[in-house]
Design a binder for this molecule. Structure first.
Ligand SMILES: Nc1nc2c(ncn2[C@@H]2O[C@H](COP(=O)(O)OP(=O)(O)OP(=O)(O)O)[C@@H](O)[C@H]2O)c(=O)[nH]1
Ligand SMILES: [Mg+2]
Length: 335
């Protein structure tokens, strides 16, 4: 494909081995509001602000905008807590770093579903995974303010439920072999159930992101756009970015989930939103329509303005064109 050559030209020679040493900022510090229990103790206004930050965006919406396009989802604390349990380690549910790989034939052969995080270097992939592991403080996920820090695919197992994969970033200081590493993974990894494509809230969709979108589309991967660093982005700018992304998803994509997600590593909402987002991976692997409908409802119960035009099941058909291997279904029934 012509665009593949374009990708190679974008990614080649971006990183050279002689570059200066990357300073690690790897000290493990869980945010004080990482756990929902702590959040639930806050005064109501603060608690709601943390759990449902997107409701405040409404104030920035022009009167001319048709609000019927938006839906505000407010999952209750119970739903968020059940999601949080997935990321709470215990002797029977261990959350650990498992391995790293640079080539597809070095990657661990895992049967559990996999979720990966891709995006430009420095967009906040590792930070997001670190935030997800806030309650598993022994898991070290390295982040750095220097772009291009993550050089390999890093696999983290979350009990028997699924594996999270932190990817190297594309764009500035991307590893030289980025395409050879990431493209076969996205194309061939059979247990890859969902891909999160992170976009910097301050920068918006960049040309590299469009290439990544194109790759996901070509490989028919169900993916979700996640806007990061929202704490650094003015609310008005964020809202216009959301509207732009909403239109982009609708006009230019087929396998992208129609609602972008907003996250910041320093808000507990990361935990609520993303964990809840991961839960349907388990539900969705059940084959029956009823389960599928339930999963989509669950999927939709998220604390943000879902820029959603399609009814859930229609969304499902357009995004779920990948069936999990049969062995997952047996395994997942027991979770
Ligand atoms: N303010 C703010 N900074 C963030 C957020 N997420 C990440 N950062 C910062 O952005 C920088 C890059 O974060 P990483 O998580 O290492 O980014 P990455 O996408 O893994 O980068 P590569 O490994 O180079 O591809 C770090 O300095 C983080 O502290 C966020 O939500 N808000
Ligand atoms: Mg990283």
């Amino acid at each position: 494909m012509a665009y593949r050559r374009f990708v190679r030209s974008l990614f080649s020679n971006i990183y050279t081995p002689n570059q200066q040493c990357i300073r690690l900022v790897s000290t493990r510090q869980a945010h004080e509001l990482a756990s929902l229990r702590r959040v639930s103790l806050l005064p109501e206004k603060k608690r709601l602000g943390l759990l449902y930050p997107f409701s405040s965006l409404e104030a920035h919406l022009s009167r001319q905008v048709d609000k019927s396009r938006f839906q505000l989802f407010q999952p209750d604390l119970e739903a968020l807590e059940s999601a949080e349990r997935l990321f709470t380690p215990s002797p029977k549910h261990q959350i650990v770093y498992s391995s790293s790989a640079v080539r597809i034939d070095h990657m661990p052969e895992l049967t559990q579903p996999e979720v990966c995080f891709i995006g430009r270097s420095n967009v906040g992939k590792s930070s997001l995974i670190r935030a997800l592991f806030s309650l598993a403080s022994e898991v070290e996920v390295r982040v750095s303010k220097t772009p291009g820090h993550t050089k390999k695919l890093n696999f983290f197992t979350v009990g028997k439920a699924f594996t999270l994969v932190d990817m190297p970033g594309y764009g500035y200081r991307a590893p030289e072999d980025f395409v050879d590493m990431v493209e076969p993974y996205l194309q061939e990894r059979k247990n890859l159930m969902r891909t999160f494509l992170l976009v910097d809230g301050g920068a918006g969709l960049q040309k590299f992101d469009l290439v990544a979108v194109e790759m996901c589309e070509e490989f028919c991967i169900p993916y979700v756009l996640v806007v990061t660093k929202i704490d650094k982005t003015r609310q008005g700018a964020l809202l216009s970015l959301l509207l732009q992304i909403h239109d982009f998803i609708e006009d230019k994509t087929n396998t992208c989930f129609p609602q972008p997600f907003l996250v910041s590593y320093c808000q507990s909402v990361v935990i609520g939103v993303i964990i809840l987002l991961l839960q349907p991976i388990i539900c969705l692997t059940f084959p029956t329509d009823a389960k599928v409908a339930y999963a989509m409802l669950h999927f939709s119960s998220l604390p943000f303005y879902a820029l959603l035009r399609h009814p859930p099941l229609q969304v499902l058909h357009s995004t779920r064109n990948r069936k999990p291997p049969a062995e997952f279904q047996t395994h997942l029934r027991t979770i």
